[in-house]
Design a protein around this ligand. Structure first.
Ligand SMILES: [Zn+2]
Length: 175
């Protein structure tokens, strides 16, 4: 059994920078069912709100969320091959990431998002989400394209963070 607390890949790990591949139904189902179960345990052990597959080293287009703390997700936990359309006013919120431990920064993103995704059975669902759920979906979806939230900070904020980020494992530079 892998150590759940060490399961999350930290900035500097190349898997966080890859564009993840789509999940194929039904071929990938046995594999991703196990992966989702593992990710749920990892998320729970870190007390996080969401986790994308690349964060546990698997470059597939899938993320999970904790719907009990995000009513706006309508009970959905697993988001596979998501397609998103952010819209609405830009909104500032503080973001953090399990792959960038100990760092929290305020970032502007659209306040709403429409999402189309598949569940574990391969059924398509649609949601129109606001609040923290909209933020979470945009953050997790970025992970599937190899984007970390610190990439979206202003050049000045990124410069200020540079030293802190280098201290994290791998020492990846933002430049
Ligand atoms: Zn993250």
């Amino acid at each position: 059994m892998k150590n759940l607390l060490n399961a999350v890949r930290i900035i500097g790990d190349p898997v966080l920078r890859q564009k993840a591949r789509p999940v194929v139904f039904p071929d990938d189902v046995p594999e991703i069912t196990g992966l989702v179960r593992f990710m749920e345990k990892v998320l729970e052990s870190h007390d996080g709100l969401g986790l994308a597959a690349p964060q546990v080293g698997r470059s597939v287009r899938l993320f999970i969320a904790t719907p009990d703390r995000l009513e706006e997700l309508n009970g959905h936990v697993v988001f596979i091959n998501p397609e998103i359309e952010p819209y609405g006013e830009m909104e500032k919120r503080e973001e953090g990431c399990l792959s960038i431990p100990g760092i929290y920064e305020t970032l502007s993103r659209p306040s709403m998002v429409k999402i189309k995704a598949l569940d574990l059975r391969g059924n398509t669902f649609f949601l129109d989400v606001g609040d923290l759920g909209a933020r979470l979906i945009q953050h997790e979806n970025d992970h599937l394209d190899g984007i970390l939230y610190v990439d979206r900070l202003s050049p000045i904020k990124r410069k200020l963070l540079k030293g802190k980020l280098k201290k994290l494992r791998g020492g990846e530079s933002l430049d």
